[in-house]
Design a protein around this ligand. Structure first.
Ligand SMILES: *[C@@H]1O[C@H](CO)[C@@H](O)[C@H](O)[C@H]1NC(C)=O
Ligand SMILES: *[C@@H]1O[C@H](CO)[C@@H](O)[C@H](O)[C@H]1NC(C)=O
Ligand SMILES: *[C@@H]1O[C@H](CO)[C@@H](O)[C@H](O)[C@H]1NC(C)=O
Length: 423
């Protein structure tokens, strides 16, 4: 009997051990995920699936500094810095570049695709890279006295991101480097920038050299039809003028991450299921999917979002203007006018460089050109750059297989070519 049990236990124990962590494997092709993942030489352990932004920066051997700033309305935010690259010999330390993420994200989206990530691409080329994290995201989820479980904490939109978060974060960059900043905003990172520059033109002029908007978002009337369709249906169910904003979703608690791991890993069919909304909204294209990176995208990219931010964007799609949050009958009390104030883009006084893609369902050609049109001539010295790919979509700017070649290297070329103009 014992002779029988020993091999039995060996077998069982072995199977148990080898199955403890199958979801940690990342494979080089989608097919490999369906072969024996554990012993398949094309599948390996990629720690990025579970690491934090600072851990990823250290794992790739970049130096890291961390700063905490408090906004004027009490939110405590974290800013990361990759200050210099040790083996960078050719030039002295470059100017500060500040990267700001989009909606329902954190600075993770700038380090999530390995060495070709935007933060590392810039650091490798001598720039002093700073990473912002908007309020609510996992690195900026503290407040002087409000708790994250309190709905008042989530009573904000990209307006507050632009009016409070950007000044606080950019201020620490200015203080530490004593230089003007190259601002790169992706999606909502650009919306918040437009708010910031229109609300504080004088401060912006003294702080920012140039603003690079990747997939700019301001005017939203001409989003793709499927998005409009979903929004109209949703508006039948929701009050998108809720003055309190109705809380936050997708907060990265331990429970959230464990659930996501169970539901979304390890097979591509599960990963894609978890990205279903991104496919429905036309944010990602399977042609630009990288099998090695997909688990990182699925587990890491999504971060908390305030429902009020979502409502604000929905309002912009429906009204076709770029304006402050619409409280309907409360506008009078809050703004002193019956309609919400517009963000006047012609007040933007820092040069802009816009980057868009033809198949972007949100930053469509019409939307981006309308936004561009409102800028004054001195604020648009450069033509809009259009990504040379027919597959590229809104989400691909931080996830696509070819993003370094199609977007990040052109940004480097642009900065190099125009450095006498603004560097
Ligand atoms: C939320 O915070 C506000 C302001 O501090 C406080 O008045 C309120 O009681 C809090 N609500 C809850 C549910 O804790
Ligand atoms: C949210 O902000 C609006 C506008 O400032 C205010 O009217 C409302 O009372 C706030 N709600 C909460 C719950 O803090
Ligand atoms: C926007 O600003 C420009 C220049 O500052 C001004 O001429 C224009 O009237 C403003 N537009 C609105 C709608 O306030």
């Amino acid at each position: 009997m014992q002779n029988f049990l020993v091999p039995f236990c060996v077998f069982v124990c072995f199977v148990r051990v080898s199955y403890q962590n199958p979801v940690n494997n990342v494979c080089t092709t989608f097919l490999d995920y369906y072969k024996n993942m554990i012993y398949n030489p094309n599948c390996y352990h990629n720690p990025d699936v579970y690491l934090s932004v600072p851990e990823i920066i250290k794992r790739y051997d970049y130096p890291l500094q961390t700063y905490q700033v408090t906004t004027n309305d009490g939110y405590i935010l974290t800013v990361f810095r990759i200050p210099y690259v040790q083996n960078f010999l050719k030039r002295s330390i470059g100017p500060p570049v500040f990267l700001q993420h989009g909606i329902a994200q954190s600075s993770m989206v700038f380090v999530n695709i390995g060495r070709r990530s935007l933060a590392f691409t810039l650091a490798d080329n001598g720039y002093d890279v700073w990473l912002g994290n908007f309020r609510g995201s996992v690195y900026s989820n503290k407040h002087k006295y409000l708790n994250g479980d309190n709905k008042t904490y989530w009573n904000f939109t990209f307006h507050e991101n632009g009016v409070y978060d950007l000044p606080a974060q950019l201020n620490v960059v200015t203080k530490v480097t004593n230089q003007k900043i190259i601002y790169i905003g992706y999606s909502m990172g650009s919306t918040a920038y437009f708010v910031y520059n229109t609300q504080y033109p004088e401060i912006a002029k003294n702080t920012i050299r140039i603003s690079i908007s990747i997939a700019p978002v301001a005017f939203l009337k001409n989003v793709d039809k499927q998005i409009k369709f979903i929004i109209e249906g949703w508006c039948q169910l929701k009050n998108i003028h809720d003055k309190n904003g109705n809380g936050g979703i997708f907060r990265r608690t331990k429970g959230y991450i464990a659930r996501r791991q169970r539901i979304c890993l390890p097979y591509p069919v599960k990963m894609r299921f978890c990205l279903l909304s991104a496919y429905i909204f036309g944010l990602l294209d399977t042609a630009e999917e990288d099998p090695e990176i997909l688990p990182v995208i699925v587990m890491q990219d999504q971060d908390a979002v305030a429902m009020k931010t979502v409502y604000h964007y929905v309002q912009l799609v429906r009204c076709g203007r770029f304006q402050q949050y619409d409280y309907r009958e409360l506008n009078d009390e809050i703004y002193g006018t019956s309609a919400p104030p517009q963000y006047n883009l012609s007040n933007i006084n820092v040069p802009n460089f816009f980057i868009r893609a033809n198949r972007d369902s949100i930053s469509t050609q019409k939307n981006v050109e309308e936004t561009f049109k409102f800028l004054s001539d001195s604020a648009k010295p450069f033509d809009i750059f259009v990504v040379s790919s027919d597959a590229f979509r809104h989400g691909d700017f931080v996830t696509a297989r070819d993003v370094r070649i199609l977007v990040y290297e052109p940004i480097l070329d642009f900065l190099e070519k125009n450095k006498n103009k603004f560097l």
